[in-house]
Write a protein that binds this ligand. Structure first.
Ligand code: ADP
Length: 366
């Protein structure tokens, strides 16, 4: 009869990747499920050593398949924190995180839910800040769906930067440095992220990258307001947060959750951006408020936080995003680029302790 112990006995014969004991004693195996002749379990992987882990995954799978009575073995790589490393998750007693050397301001771009254009906003805000002459970096913290490699049109892996190979060089394009789990994990290697591991991967992306001197680092947050997001907001030394919302009521309810999350951990709110605010028909020139319009502005007023601007729904924005040619960098003369630059100016003014109550004059195209 197939038992967990029988499987563990077999797995104990496989050495752990760091050479210390076997994969069972190293705590890398968990969640064994046996159903008939089908065995499924999790193998904890360090995302920084994914190649090694994939090889190990194949070895482990084969070993289990060879056990009499097993027809099928499924080994799921999970991004669980490696044993022996300092726990990344802080207890409530731990207060704000320490700063990142050389980085003046970290700002979060967040949304209460996915698909509202958070990443598109993050990259164009970053490029808007860059166009003000600032030194800018982007940290893609959306480990569940990293989109910065695509938005920047970047592929490949970051180079190791020092002799010990422990730190990486950031990737760079359009004069902006960027770090993303998307450069480390292959698209077709599904990773299951467990809470503490999200923070540990992000700590690596933030602190084990040799950033140049940076005025503003824009962090593309994971969508939503769950524990991972809250921990991230709490443990990253943020100067402030920008909330992206669509005009729909529902999105606004989610956006409110986002606002509250940052309030809870005392991160200043730099303002709300209404994305996909309205659509101007390229044929008839008429403006259509597809999702309703102005909800975010009213909400910002009600909550007494700055309303940073309205970004219309635009075919060109989407096409350029999908091609890795963000609008602010590749169509700087466009209406959209001007809107993002205007938002960037307001954000920077607030970061530098400027005119919080007096936002820069809004550009109007009507
Ligand atoms: P999120 O990060 O919130 O999931 P994305 O930035 O990935 O959202 O945007 C989702 C989709 O919407 C993408 O295909 C993107 O190109 C598109 N998009 C975002 N903002 C706009 C906009 N203002 N106009 C047109 N398309 C947009």
């Amino acid at each position: 009869m197939l038992t967990k112990d029988r499987i563990l006995d077999e797995l104990k014969r496989i050495a752990a990747p760091d050479g210390r004991g076997n994969i069972v004693s190293a705590g890398l195996i968990s969640d064994i499920v046996i159903e008939g002749g089908e065995v499924t379990f999790a193998l904890s992987a360090d995302p920084a050593r994914l190649k090694t882990m994939e090889q190990l995954q194949a070895v482990v799978e084969k070993a289990v398949r060879n056990i009499p009575g097993v027809n099928k073995a499924r080994v799921v790589l999970t991004a669980e924190r490696q044993p022996g490393k300092a726990p990344a998750q802080a207890g409530p007693q731990q207060s704000r995180a320490v700063g990142v050397p050389g980085v003046r301001h970290l700002i979060a771009v967040a949304s209460g839910k996915g698909g509202v254009g958070k990443s598109t906003t993050a990259i164009n805000l970053a490029l808007g800040l860059k166009s003000l002459g600032l030194r800018v970096a982007v940290l893609d913290a959306d480990v569940y769906g990293p989109s910065m490699p695509k938005l920047f049109g970047l592929s490949g892996r970051p180079e190791a930067s020092t002799a010990d190979g422990k730190r990486m060089k950031p990737m760079a394009r359009y004069g902006v440095e960027v770090s993303s789990i998307g450069f480390l994990v292959d698209e077709d290697t599904p990773m299951i992220w467990r809470g503490p591991m999200v923070m540990s991967a992000l700590t690596q992306l933030l602190r084990e990258v040799e950033w140049s001197e940076t005025d503003v680092m824009v962090i593309d947050m994971p969508p939503g307001t769950g524990d991972a997001q809250l921990t991230l907001a709490q443990q990253t030394p943020l100067s402030g947060a920008v909330i992206v919302s669509t005009p729909q009521d529902l999105a606004l309810i989610d956006a409110r959750k986002g606002l509250n999350m940052f309030r809870k951990v005392n991160v200043p709110l730099l303002g709300i951006i209404e994305n996909m605010s309205y659509f101007t028909c390229s044929k008839c020139g008429e403006r259509h408020d597809i999702f309703g319009h102005g909800g975010a502005k009213a909400e910002a007023e009600r909550l007494a936080i700055p309303f940073l601007g309205e970004v219309p729904l635009d075919m060109d924005v989407r096409l350029r995003s999908d091609e890795g040619r963000p609008v602010v960098a590749t169509a700087p003369e466009s209406r959209h680029a001007a809107i993002y630059r205007d938002i960037a100016r307001q954000v920077w003014a607030q970061l530098e302790g400027g005119n919080l109550q007096k936002p820069a004059p809004r550009i109007s195209f009507e």
